[in-house]
Design a binder for this molecule. Structure first.
Ligand code: FAD
Ligand code: NAP
Length: 530
């Protein structure tokens, strides 16, 4: 017997939880279905050592409730995964969300019924839900990528993926460990694993840029100051492309005299964090300007890493900020440790995983444990794992065969009453994701309320509006250097995935303006029907 709700929300991370809160507030009935045993999404799954946010905690937090802002106390500049998970659970309990969340339930199928104009949602537990609306909050970075390296199943020791880490933690003390990958997750965890392990071997395909976090405990006086001025800080953040309140230097790097430029980079480096890319306004617009930032970081690597051969292998060769910039705590210095070995696999992929380790470049490497820090099938992975069928039984997988196409990253032609929080075509992963999530959730909640008031039961974008938006996403991507490398933003990390720059890079303020225009134009670009 199917259960009926106004809306089914898939996922209980920050997106799904806030969506439930907003719908309840407007008197809609909703059920959240979550694959995990608890809330928190990213912070529920990614429990690897060193996992923490790299947008400062006071900004990487909800702003919908000033009471919540005032009562919650962040303890570090960049909160750790356990603290972020505590925060998610606090929000869940404070707003009494848990009673409408069904855990350990993976949505497997969602089918639109064109006669009743409702969705039938099915799960791996055999449940059936009928709802007018389906809202996916399944995460942009929630479908772990396990590369198809031959022999993976043969490895006799334990294999851990950073994106699905054991809840009880892993103690590497006295163990030899192999790590594949040098993205953000690896760069956060390698320094800690190296301190624990007997020996750590890092297999690097692409050298990556990272800047120091300079994490610290937050001084109570600073926290009090932030609490007294949250509204102003949040408002300033909304005027910045990444939705983060940090100072942008509007000078061009290449047009700034060298000594002044170096002084500015040094200042940003010493301050720490992602704001490094705001040292100059054109770092992602001009090759020459970008090169000045590359050279600065390359000099830092040579300065920190004592062995020149290792330093050379660690030195990235691509555009800085093209793949997502990483933020670390002692990453480069870790390669000075006698118990850490770096293996360059740029030109020759790993041949195979063996029962005792792996074989690469004609050599066997042995270790007790294998860590896959190999990332995610980003932005579309979680969505396409579900058999989503819209009008005429067409699947989302078919519809997106050549890459995702959406209207505003929120809706898809042929899939009425389906909303995708932080879907492809939205600013999402290029921004501080909390404000981006809140903006999407508010848009959807207000939309559902408007439809109810108008007596409308079906909303769907029209083809022309979707094409316009796809064009806008592509046009803005082509202006920046960010679309030029083999990153997960373009699906390059997943063999066979269409190469399309998936997020909207026009910035959060421009995106909000587009959405506001759509609402002001009575949901311009959508067809509404009874
Ligand atoms: P998620 O948190 O990914 O939650 C999605 C939920 O949906 C999961 O719980 C999952 O189990 C569930 N789900 C998926 N598919 C199904 C299904 N079929 N059925 C049922 N449930 C399903 N962003 C920042 O802005 N700043 C940061 O510092 C930052 N750090 C990050 C660090 C890591 C290690 C990672 C991986 C990501 C980070 N991000 C960061 C991005 C982060 O994903 C977002 O900030 C945010 O947490 C996303 O929330 P969400 O609710 O949209 O998705
Ligand atoms: P990632 O950035 O995609 O990194 C994956 C790494 O694995 C890359 O170095 C990749 O190499 C390597 N890899 C993948 N398949 C491989 C194979 N078959 N052989 C060898 N190497 C392989 O994933 P991630 O580190 O999990 O980070 C994903 C995103 O999550 C980040 O970009 C960020 O948005 C978010 N995140 C944020 C934080 C934070 O600091 N708050 C921490 C973790 C994650 P190539 O580069 O050559 O593909």
């Amino acid at each position: 017997m199917a259960k009926n709700f106004d809306a089914v929300i898939v996922g209980a991370g920050f997106g799904g939880m806030y969506m439930l809160h907003r719908l309840r507030g407007k008197g809609f009935s909703a059920r959240v279905l979550e694959a995990g045993t608890g809330v928190g999404g990213t912070w529920y799954w990614n429990r690897y050592p060193g996992a923490r946010c790299d947008v400062e905690s006071v900004q990487y937090s909800y702003q919908f409730s000033s009471e919540l802002e005032q009562e919650w106390e962040w303890s570090e500049r960049y909160a750790t995964q356990p603290e972020l998970l505590r925060y998610a659970n606090h929000v869940c309990d404070r707003f009494d969300l848990r009673r409408d969340i069904q855990f350990e339930t993976r949505v497997t199928k969602a089918t639109f019924d064109e006669t009743a104009n409702t969705w039938l949602v099915e799960t791996d537990r055999g449940d059936k839900f009928v709802a007018r609306f389906v809202i996916t909050a399944m995460g942009c970075l929630s479908s772990p990528n396990t590369p198809k390296i031959p022999g993976l199943a043969d490895f006799q020791g334990p294999t851990y993926h950073t994106g699905n880490w054991p809840h009880d933690g892993v103690d590497f003390t006295g163990k030899t460990v192999g790590v594949i990958g040098t993205g953000s997750s690896a760069i956060q965890s390698i320094p800690i694993m190296a301190r624990q392990a007997k020996h750590l071997t890092v297999f690097q395909r692409t050298a990556n840029y990272t800047v120091p976090a300079h994490n610290k405990k937050l001084d109570p006086a600073y926290v009090a100051k932030v609490k007294a001025s949250y509204r102003e800080m949040r408002a300033r953040a909304k005027t910045k492309p990444a939705g983060i309140d940090f100072d942008i230097n509007y000078a061009s790097a290449i047009e700034t005299p060298q000594d002044e430029r170096t002084r500015k980079f040094e200042e940003s480096w010493n301050y720490g964090g992602l704001g490094f890319m705001a040292s100059f306004v054109d770092l992602l617009l001009s090759d020459e300007s970008n090169k000045t930032a590359q050279d600065f970081v390359k000099a830092k690597i040579r300065e920190i890493v004592k062995d020149p051969v290792t330093a050379e292998v660690l030195t990235p060769r691509n555009i800085i900020g093209c793949k997502r910039l990483c933020v670390d705590d002692g990453y480069w210095d870790t390669f000075n440790r006698p118990n850490v070995t770096l293996v360059d696999i740029r030109d020759e992929p790993i041949e195979r995983i063996t029962p005792t380790g792996l074989r690469a470049r004609g050599q066997d490497y042995a270790f007790d444990c294998l860590v896959l820090a190999t990332g995610f099938d980003a932005m579309t992975g979680a969505l396409l794992k579900v058999d989503i069928r819209g009008r005429g039984g067409v699947t989302l997988r078919e519809k997106w065969g050549e890459g995702p196409k959406t209207y505003l990253g929120l809706t898809v032609v042929g899939f009425p009453n389906l909303f995708t929080i932080t879907g492809p075509g939205s600013p999402s992963v290029l921004t501080n994701m909390l404000p981006s999530i809140e903006q999407h959730v508010d848009f959807i909640a207000d939309c559902l309320e408007t439809l109810r008031a108008k007596g409308v039961s079906v909303i769907e974008p029209v083809e022309q509006a979707q094409e316009m938006w796809v064009g806008e996403v592509g046009k803005s991507a082509s202006i920046t250097l960010r679309s030029t490398c083999s990153s997960w933003y373009v699906g390059a990390n997943i063999p066979g995935k269409p190469r399309v720059f998936m997020p909207y890079i026009g910035g959060l303020p421009a995106y909000i303006e587009h959405c506001n225009d759509v609402v002001a134009g009575d949901y311009k670009g959508f067809s509404l029907s009874e």
